[in-house]
Design a protein around this ligand. Structure first.
Ligand code: ACO
Length: 435
């Protein structure tokens, strides 16, 4: 396994000031009402309205987005301008698969820490329901040649070469969730992790049911109210909260679902996988100078971050690698992680990460140490996660940092880590402390 490690020797503190996200809306087989930019603009507008910042206050806008739609190239710039930010503020979009929304925060963190910038808007957006249907290469060639045919005769001759198989669309979402190097889709990598650490179907279903119960409770108690801002569709419909949660979920009900990725004996089902979802999330990051200049109230400080690489087949274990190394470098044991937001790509993968921290061989290979130990499940994803609220891939990394900040404050706690696996065999982790 290889690792890229950020320096923890930063010179300037970097504050998380505030953040907001849209509700996460389940993709229901047709394009949803919002494009990636629509989502980013609505989340950003509500966030910016909470602060009296001049138009040119931000030095930079960074937005993670995996599936950019053709009419919105560089969604960061389009969203920034639609949010009314100054034309002189540069904006770029980043793509590192499911890590995009956290990579935007980390990039902002580095710019500010190094003294290059003072105030950055960093987010993630994704409308998986808009992932395009594409033509097969054969169909594309056939269409191109039809366009090149000069005479009507040539065109008619070319029309006869059409084959019905050309109509079969290529589903970009399915392709995007498949690792082209090892030719496994993300669900299959979760099966690999489940087998490696003997995660049972019952354990995965039990974990998935608890994700729904915890999110339902958080919604009911209003714990997400300062985080989730409503979405307004052009037809007047309002979307007030995440709509994928199923409060009636139980392990018994989930046990009835058939495996999706490895039939008939696999353990990964629609019920214990993250949902395909649309949503956007933003965070405001500031230097001390920006905090003073604009009278902002910081809520947390970013202490450190870690990006790792590992075998693509076991990409789901990436959070164990990144968060483990981050904890070690900061002289923390697992018990010192007061809250852990570990993105729930799949229940089996979350449980595999926990199991790996207790595994002699894994810990020796990755950390050159004894097992890190048993992580206290009461501190893990305390308000549910991507299994119950969905996983708009370019957004989730941003959401888990935002939610970690809010959850630490709610519980009166200090230190937490947000971490996520990334398709292709990578992972990111971020250590924050409340202020
Ligand atoms: C690096 C990373 O982060 S990797 C992760 C990246 N993301 C992914 O790979 C996405 C993973 N998820 C998926 O691909 C999809 O969600 C799938 C393929 C697993 C399932 O897709 P869908 O079939 O559209 O799921 P859907 O939500 O419709 O559920 C299918 C069935 O399971 C049932 N079901 C799902 N959840 C539950 C639940 N909690 N309780 C009871 N039934 C449930 C549904 O009711 C549905 O049944 P029905 O068809 O009778 O209505």
């Amino acid at each position: 396994m290889s690792a890229y490690t950020s320096s923890s020797a930063g010179t300037r503190p970097v504050y998380l000031v505030d953040g907001a996200r849209t509700p996460f809306l389940k993709a229901r087989g047709k394009p949803g009402p919002f494009t990636p930019v629509d989502l980013a603009v609505q989340a950003g507008r509500s966030l910016l309205l909470r602060h009296s910042l001049p138009q040119n206050a931000f030095d930079q806008v960074i937005l993670g987005c995996v599936n950019v739609v053709a009419s919105e190239m560089n969604p960061a710039r389009i969203a920034a301008l639609r949010l009314g930010l100054a034309e002189t503020t540069p904006a770029f979009t980043m793509q590192i698969n499911c890590g995009s929304g956290m990579q935007s925060v980390d990039t902002a963190y580095r710019y500010i820490r190094e003294g290059r910038q003072d105030l950055v808007l960093a987010g993630g957006t994704e409308a998986l329901s808009h992932a395009p249907l594409m033509l097969t290469p054969q169909a594309t060639h056939w269409l191109a040649e039809l366009g090149l045919a000069r005479s009507m005769g040539d065109k008619l001759k070319h029309l006869t070469k059409f084959k019905p198989g050309y109509i079969k669309p290529v589903i970009s979402l399915q392709q995007g969730l498949t690792d082209p190097v090892v030719e496994l889709n993300m669900g299959q990598t979760a099966e690999v992790v489940a087998n490696l650490f003997n995660i049972s179907r019952a354990q995965a279903d039990d974990y998935a049911a608890s994700s729904h119960i915890l999110l339902a409770q958080a919604q009911q108690e209003g714990w997400l109210d300062n985080e989730v801002v409503p979405l307004y569709a052009p037809d007047g419909k309002v979307y007030p909260q995440d709509d994928g949660v199923r409060p009636d979920s139980t392990a018994a009900k989930l046990s009835k679902l058939k495996p999706v990725f490895e039939r008939p004996y696999g353990k990964v089902t629609a019920g214990n996988s993250s949902q395909i979802t649309d949503g956007a999330s933003w965070l405001i990051l500031a230097s001390e100078a920006a905090v003073e200049k604009y009278g902002l109230t910081p809520r947390a400080v970013i202490k450190d971050s870690e990006w790792s690489g590992l075998e693509p087949e076991i990409m789901g274990l990436g959070p164990a690698v990144s968060a483990g190394r981050l904890a070690q470098r900061n002289k923390m044991t697992l018990d010192d992680i007061e809250l852990l937001e570990l993105n729930e790509a799949f229940a089996a993968q979350v449980l595999g990460c926990l199991a790996s921290w207790n595994d002699v061989d894994f810990c020796r290979a990755v950390f050159d140490s004894e097992p890190l130990g048993q992580f206290n499940r009461d501190r893990l994803n305390i308000d549910g996660g991507a299994i119950s609220l969905g996983h708009p891939v370019g957004t989730s990394g941003n959401r888990i940092v935002l939610h970690l900040m809010n959850a630490l404050h709610r519980k009166g706690l200090k230190r937490g880590i947000a971490t996520q696996c990334i398709g292709g065999g990578q992972a990111g982790a971020m250590l924050i402390e409340t202020v």
